[in-house]
Write a protein that binds this ligand. Sequence first.
Ligand code: ACM
Length: 513
Amino acid sequence: MRLLIIISIIMFSSCGGGSSNTNILPDSHTSTASNSQASSSSSASDPAPLSLVPQPTTMVVQKTTFEIGLSANVQIDVSAVASAAALQKLIADLGVIHSADAPYKIQLQLVSNVDLGAEGYSLVINQNIVISAQTDAGLFYGIQTLKQLLPTVKQNTYSLPQLQITDVPQYAWRGSMIDVGRNFFTIEYLKKHVERMALFKLNKLHLHLSDDQGWRIEIKKYPKLTSVGGSTKVGGGEGGFYTQQELRDFVAFAALNEVEVIPEVDMPGHIQAAIASYNELACSDVTNLGLYTGTAVGFSSLCLTSSTVTYQFVEDVLTELTEIFSSQYVHVGGDEIKNDLYPQFIEKTNLIVKGLHKTMIGWEESSAGNISADSLLQLWNDNYNIKSATDRNIHLILSPCSYTYLDHGNYNGQPNTYTWCRSQGIPLERVYSFDPDNYALVVGIEAPMWSELVTTEATADNRLWPRLAAIAELSWSTKSNRQYSEFVLRLSALKPQLDKLGVNYYKEPQLNW
Ligand code: ACM
């Protein structure tokens, strides 16, 4: 490594550094710039619009440019760990080296400015490049914006518009979900995915770690969950699983990209892989105790009447899970099951999660239980009646299937895609038309990609991109600050960025790709 970064110690003791477990409820950032400054603006000279996704909250862009050469005086606040690594990589990729004598500086500074909240930043490019934020996460997002303004290949000089951007997300939950249960995806693929998410300021990766067809997380107390339950996948053939150490390393990698990993073990249904591993988890009258490689849903259940075995299992699994994942959140599934004891299961599981000092997330059906008010519910049927929960002030992650289920086609009739939620598929424009403002008590948006029909990494890329960029903009930029016709222009221009990350995206005809 030829690059040396001088860490210039600028201490702002009132500022926090970490970011991944900040309070995500909307009240925590009501006074942000996104609420008070409705739209982006350019100077009277109207330079070319900038190709940024998500669209920043406010921008003042000059006609003039700032040329930067191959050496820069780089100054980074000592506690900005993730953003220091990100800036280091960005400039190294462009051949820019640190020199204290360089004619301009690139500075990352932690400041105290409540308007920036936990993730906002300001980026000023004049005769220097200065990114300011209250947190490491904010600085990291400022760097992603800078990255999108720069080319992806080395040059002798780089020309940047002189500008001032102040940018704060609308929602704290900007998520992607990957179903690694039906089909297994390697840690290497998940790492690539995290880097791609980071470019678009997506910050929550929900891993659906178990389903009828596969159990993917090592649980030391129940080794057969992975040796048996992890052995296969939809359609048969070799499955796979992650060791606890692999997952710990992955969580740390994701944190350096400001992505929080939320684990889900789906219970009490979607559990055949666990039942095939430990038959006693099913009630004694159940005869279907084998591995399952088909695509049906709603047929398996933990035994809710012989509760000792079941709740010991739930507690043991969640205990090991919460020791691996640093997230405050644990997703317990809870979808697609009909059982009179289901509300009781959700309530007992909620108590177990609370006993582990974590916060429970359940799919929308979990609203049938009297769950604690700090829990989050994930809405997945567009019109599910969630009122019983919102009446109790329970907040929502929005994943309405007809807008956000990325296993549906990029276009009507795309082979190997689902149509059960929306027969015409979910094209990019449809994703973008989702309006989260129609819901109350929202922490953000998350796009699930179920993997019954997504069997390769290339197919996963095709289903995820470019549609996740639309999810990123919906969850970062306010309604008054987004418009599809210019979103496609901005996203079109970011093709080299996705190419550089090796994304096997769908060539959406509305983009110039
Ligand atoms: C779901 O799609 N069953 C959450």
